[in-house]
Design a protein around this ligand. Structure first.
Ligand code: FAD
Length: 360
């Protein structure tokens, strides 16, 4: 049984994923004490994310490059018949973070700055008055609570009233028999690979290993096995390890990020990029305004940043719905955009559509 005296922070944080830990670090830097409650016994484990982000997102995290395990200059789009139909380039376009490394690094920074991190501490109830109840413990009252409970949204769903679409993602790491090109990742589209999403192949460790995953509305495990067979034929797979699964969110974002004394961030608010399910971008944009709003006791600072970001995410949500329901047409639009040399922003996907209208 945990006693009240253990919890000495001014701000309680539910969830020790990237969102919770980044906010914790920022609050500590602004001079506030924090208690972070993480249900798992270890941060970052089990890993449940590919970790591909833009360079700008990585920079906003302020964690250096020690957790970067691959740098990609190209995203290659492949269709059901294994034909490449688009290539998006950048210098670099994106990096791949090893997620357990990111969370361990952030947890270390939080501890160094004097934050308390309670592992194996599952929060079972939070309210808008700042009260937090940890399983097997007592109620503690904070001046503010940050809810960063991730895609399961066991606490945040009710509090922030988010009605978010989702599907299941499964992923494995594989050791390859043939070394592959390591500066590009591949996405596979069409009903053979996925219903409502896509499959992916992201090389790591100089192309000797790769992460292979699939997100789909149905039969994810069967689809993954099919894709593994296909890659075994193409490049040879000598071993499969680190099998994991998770929830991929598709938006739209929750209507409000602040309810009373509770502030939400990350998957808790369903702020993933709808086309790819990438949630780290929104966290990188929002964690500083959130901490500042708490420090200044001005929720508006956070609400405004949230509004600006979610305007773009809502637009992406709208376009993604169209693209998923009219895939052959959406594929043609992408091909056209690339022929016209439209710039495709890794994070702000709707820039592609505005480019088509401007130049069309
Ligand atoms: C297969 C897959 C691939 C993905 N690939 C990418 C990608 O390439 N790029 C990208 O940007 N995004 C990707 N994502 C999405 C990304 O993983 C999430 O957006 C990101 O992890 C969200 O961070 P978070 O801190 O909000 O939540 P999480 O990382 O889920 O962290 C939440 C934490 O809260 C803890 N928790 C939950 N409930 C409680 C509770 N009641 N009490 C205490 N602790 C609790 C959990 O244990 C967890 O540690 C992927 C997701 C999946 C499933």
């Amino acid at each position: 049984m945990r006693g009240l005296s253990q919890y000495s922070g001014q701000i309680g944080i539910v969830g020790g994923g990237p969102a919770g830990l980044l906010v914790a670090r920022e609050l500590l830097r602004l001079g506030l004490n924090v208690d972070v409650f993480e249900a798992s016994k270890q941060v970052g484990r089990p890993p449940h994310c590919t970790g591909i982000v833009s360079v700008k997102t990585l920079e906003r995290f302020s964690v250096g490059s020690s957790c970067v395990e691959a740098v990609y200059r190209e995203a290659v789009f492949v269709d059901d018949r294994l034909r490449v139909f688009a290539r998006v380039r950048g210098s670099p376009l994106a990096v791949k973070l090893y997620r357990p490394c990111l969370e361990e690094l952030l947890a270390g920074q939080v501890r160094e700055l004097g934050g308390q991190l309670f592992l194996g501490a599952r929060v079972v109830h939070v309210d808008s008055q700042g009260r937090v109840l940890v399983e097997g413990g007592q109620v503690n009252t904070y001046s503010c609570i940050v809810v960063a409970d991730g895609a399961t949204r066991n606490i945040s769903k009710k509090l922030f009233k988010s009605r978010c679409s989702w599907l299941t993602g499964v992923e494995v790491r594989v050791e390859l028999q043939k070394r592959v090109r390591c500066d590009a990742f591949y996405t596979f589209h069409g009903p053979r690979f996925s219903r409502g999403f896509f499959a992916w192949f992201a090389p790591v460790e100089d192309g000797r290993k790769a992460v292979i995953g699939v997100g789909s509305r149905d039969a994810v495990v069967e689809r993954l096995n099919l894709i593994l067979k296909l890659f075994d034929k193409l490049v040879g797979i000598s071993s499969v390890y680190e099998r994991r699964s998770g929830i991929i969110l598709g938006g739209p974002p929750a209507p409000k990020p602040v309810i009373g004394k509770a502030y939400g961030i990350g998957d808790a608010l369903c702020t993933s990029k709808p086309f790819t399910g990438g949630g780290l971008y929104a966290i990188s944009v929002l964690y500083r305004p959130l901490a500042l709003a708490i420090r200044l006791e001005k929720p508006r600072v956070y609400e405004e940043a949230y509004k600006a970001l979610t305007r773009e995410l809502k637009l992406q949500h709208f376009y993604t719905k169209i693209a998923r329901n009219t895939w052959p047409l959406a594929k043609k639009v992408l091909e056209l955009a690339l022929r016209r040399k439209c710039h495709i922003d890794f994070d702000r996907h709707s820039s592609l559509v505005s480019c088509l209208f401007k130049e069309g």
